[in-house]
Design a protein around this ligand. Structure first.
Ligand code: GDP
Length: 413
């Protein structure tokens, strides 16, 4: 930025050099210690037809048995006709950092003859979690706010190789403004590499066509190249083609790895050449868990909250409500009046500050101009004086005068 004004210091921050160690560079460590002490809360939701490997993948991601092997209900068995919402909580710890993990499962999704409204109980569940957070925020005592909001939703796409199904599109369309969507191609070991590439392309086209927003690793200004490259790498793998397994299997070259063994070879979960599990884990856990939490709070929840409060405001505006509740009407009028006053005050403050700044800038400018003029005159006088001194000494030494010098002499008399 180039400052063309008379005094750039007025509009920019002055950088000061410290003369010794002060200590605020330790702030990140203070935050670190505090958050380690408090622990973290994270809620992930898994959505997809049964048998797509949701429980297996969660176990694989957190390297624990959060889910024991399920008994799969045969398709012709009698079962409930609605999507259920089940959540499992677990406290896990790694290197002294505690994480309270909640996994929300949605058994039944996509498993019925008619799946038209499969998304509905899920949206309701996500919104009721927002509701509960809002209610806690509005309490007098907000010391212990429990964050049960869903921070990420892993959406499992069946590895068909065709394109997205109607149920997939409908679900993502209904949910993308309420939760961080992370699409996943389930059981990708059942497809060839070429099939996966084509399938991913078709999925991404569908997502773009329906203007669905999926969570992207964010990059910020001034970020280092390594971080930008990492985010780009992760982004290039979406939708993540994953393989889940917590079983250790032997590879032909004698290693023991988490994977799935087949007569033709071993598919390694943690091998980036075999599947995108590592990149998914980076997105969900290792690099962007905090971003997922932040985006949920700052954007998804905030938008939902604004909409909710506006819709409540509309209800209060209705004449029926006002008629039956004059106290509420007065309260509302008072709030509006206070808001108006506050706005006016803020505007006046702003105008005043602006005027002061302009005046200061002008004063500074004329001060600088005056100083410059003064200096110019002073320099000119100094020069004249020096010239005259020189001439005087020459005259005193009795040197003949040139006509120009003679006139100086005349001037002197
Ligand atoms: P859920 O109903 O979606 O929770 O599915 P499960 O995790 O219970 O898995 C269903 C079946 O699929 C189990 O027999 C798993 O062993 C198997 N499975 C899970 N993940 C994978 C995978 O990545 N590839 C393959 N081929 N099978 C898997």
């Amino acid at each position: 930025l180039v400052h063309t004004g008379p005094n750039p210091a007025l509009s920019s921050v002055i950088r000061k050099k410290l003369m010794g160690f002060v200590g605020f560079s330790n702030l990140p460590n203070q935050v670190h210690r505090k958050s380690v002490r408090k622990g973290f809360q994270f809620t992930a939701m898994v959505v997809g037809e049964s048998g797509l490997g949701k429980s297996t993948l969660i176990n694989t991601l957190f390297n624990t048995t959060l889910y024991s092997p399920k008994e799969h209900i045969p398709p012709d068995a009698e079962r409930s006709s609605t999507v259920a919402i089940e959540s499992i909580g677990a406290d896990i710890e790694e290197n002294g950092v505690r994480l309270h993990l909640t996994v929300v499962d949605t058994p039944g999704f996509g498993d019925f003859v008619n799946n038209d409204e499969s998304w509905k109980p899920i949206v309701e569940n996500i919104e009721s979690r927002f509701d509960s957070y809002l209610e806690q925020e509005n309490r007098v005592n907000r010391a212990k706010v429990v964050d049960n909001r869903v921070h990420a939703c892993l959406y499992f796409i069946q590895p068909t190789g065709h394109s997205l199904k109607q149920i997939d599109i409908e679900f993502m369309r209904r949910l993308h403004t309420k939760v961080n969507l992370i699409p996943i191609i389930a059981k990708s070991d059942t497809m060839t590499d070429e099939e996966i590439v084509e399938f991913k392309e078709r999925i991404l086209n569908d997502i773009a066509h329906h203007n669905i927003h999926i969570f992207q690793a964010p990059t910020y200004e001034n970020e280092d190249e390594e971080t930008i490259a990492e985010a780009a790498e992760i982004a290039s793998k979406i939708p993540f083609a994953v393989v889940g397994s917590n079983q250790l299997v032997d590879t032909p070259d004698g290693r023991q790895v988490r994977g799935r063994a087949y007569p033709w070879g071993v598919v390694e979960v943690d091998n980036e050449d075999h599947c995108d599990f590592v990149k998914l884990r980076q997105m969900l856990v290792r690099t962007y868990m905090e971003e997922l939490r932040e985006y949920t709070n700052d954007v998804l929840y905030e938008n939902w909250r604004t909409e909710k409060l506006i819709s409540m405001g509309v209800a209060q505006d209705s004449s029926v409500f006002k008629e039956i509740n004059p106290a509420a009407r007065m309260q509302e009028e008072r709030t509006l009046h206070e808001a108006k006053l506050a706005k006016m005050e803020a505007e006046m403050k702003m105008v005043f500050q602006q005027k002061v700044q302009e005046k200061e800038a002008k004063l500074k400018q004329s001060e600088e101009e005056l100083y410059a003029r003064h200096k110019e005159m002073k320099d000119a006088l100094e020069k004249q004086r020096a010239d005259l001194e020189a001439k005087k000494s020459r005259i005193e030494q009795g040197r003949p005068l040139t006509p120009e010098k003679a006139s100086v002499r005349v001037l002197f008399r």
